[in-house]
Design a protein around this ligand. Structure first.
Ligand code: ADP
Ligand code: ADP
Length: 226
C-alpha cells in the first residue's frame, strides 16, 4: 500500500546547472521500477532526494498516504542498498542485522525474533556469527538486503546493488532480489547500468537523460526490436 509519487521535483546543486528538471514519476504500490541512463544523468541524485539525503529545490514527494517532502531521513521508512554494502566491519552478521532495530530502541526479544526471521528469509542462519571480512560478495549483499528489510520499509532504493559481484553471482543475487521483492510486495526503485537487470527485474523501465524522463514503459516495450 505504498505508492511513491514524485511531483515536479527539481534539483540543482549549483546555480544555473539543473540536475533534475521538473520531474514526475509514480511508482505503484509493489511496483519494481528500474532506472537507467548514462552516468551523470541524475539517477543517484533522484534516490538521494527520495531518501531525504539531499534537499529538493521544489516539488513534492508522497509515499503511501504521507507527504515526506520535508521529513527527516529516519522518518521516511525507506531502505537503501548500495553496491558497496556498507556493513559495519567490526560487527557480526547478527549485530549488523540488529543494528537498525537497536537504533529504534526495540527490545531484545523482539530484535532476536526479527533477526532470526530475516536470517531465514535470506539464508544467513549459518553466517550469523561471522564478520563481513569472512563473507563472500554475494553473502555480504544478502546481509545488506537483510539489514534493509528488517525495518519493514515502505520503499526500497537500490543503487547498482550487483555491480561488485561476478557474473554468475550477479544472476543469482538478482533472482533473490526479485523473489524477495515479490514476496514482500515492497515498492522498489532500482538503479542499474545493466540492460539484462532492467529486462529481467523491471515492471517498468525509466530511461533518464539530462534530468528528464526520456522513455518509460515495460521492458518488452522499451527494449523491443524495431
Ligand atoms: P548519476 O547517478 O546518474 O551518475 P548523479 O545524480 O550522481 O548522476 O549526478 C548528476 C549530476 O549532478 C552530475 O552532473 C554530477 O556531477 C552532479 N552532482 C552530483 N552530486 C553533486 C554534488 N554533491 N554537488 C554538485 N554536483 C553534484
Ligand atoms: P540510519 O539509517 O539509522 O540513519 P546511520 O545514519 O547510522 O543509520 O547510517 C546510515 C547508513 O550509513 C547505515 O545504514 C550504514 O549503511 C552506513 N554507515 C554508517 N556508519 C557506518 C560505519 N561506521 N561503517 C559502515 N557503514 C556505516
Amino acid at each position: 500500500m505504498h505508492k511513491l509519487v514524485l511531483r515536479s521535483v527539481t534539483k540543482s546543486y549549483t546555480k544555473g546547472t539543473t540536475v533534475l528538471k521538473p520531474f514526475d514519476l509514480v511508482a505503484q504500490s509493489g511496483e519494481l521500477i528500474v532506472l537507467v541512463g548514462p552516468s551523470g544523468c541524475g539517477k543517484s541524485t533522484l534516490l538521494k532526494l527520495i531518501a531525504g539525503l539531499e534537499k529538493l529545490d521544489d516539488g513534492q514527494i508522497l509515499l503511501g498516504d504521507r507527504d515526506i517532502t520535508d521529513a527527516e531521513p529516519r522518518q521516511r521508512k525507506i531502505a537503501m542498498v548500495f553496491q558497496n554494502y556498507a556493513l559495519y566491519p567490526h560487527l557480526t552478521v547478527r549485530e549488523n542485522l540488529a543494528y537498525p532495530l537497536r537504533r529504534q530502541k526495540l527490545r531484545m526479544p523482539a530484535i532476536t525474533e526479527k533477526v532470526a526471521m530475516v536470517a531465514r528469509q535470506l539464508r544467513l542462519e549459518e553466517l550469523l556469527d561471522r564478520r563481513p571480512s569472512q563473507l563472500s560478495g554475494g553473502q555480504k549483499q544478502r546481509v545488506a538486503m537483510g539489514r534493509a528489510i528488517i525495518r519493514e520499509p515502505d520503499l526500497f532504493l537500490l543503487d547498482e546493488p550487483l555491480s561488485n559481484l561476478d557474473a554468475a553471482l550477479r544472476t543469482h543475487v538478482r533472482g533473490e532480489i526479485r523473489d524477495l521483492q515479490r514476496r514482500l510486495g515492497t515498492t522498489m526503485i532500482y538503479v542499474t547500468h545493466d540492460q539484462v537487470e532492467a529486462q529481467t527485474l523491471a515492471d517498468r523501465v525509466v530511461i533518464l537523460r539530462d534530468g528528464e524522463v526520456q522513455q518509460i514503459g515495460p521492458p518488452q516495450e522499451i527494449y523491443a526490436r524495431p
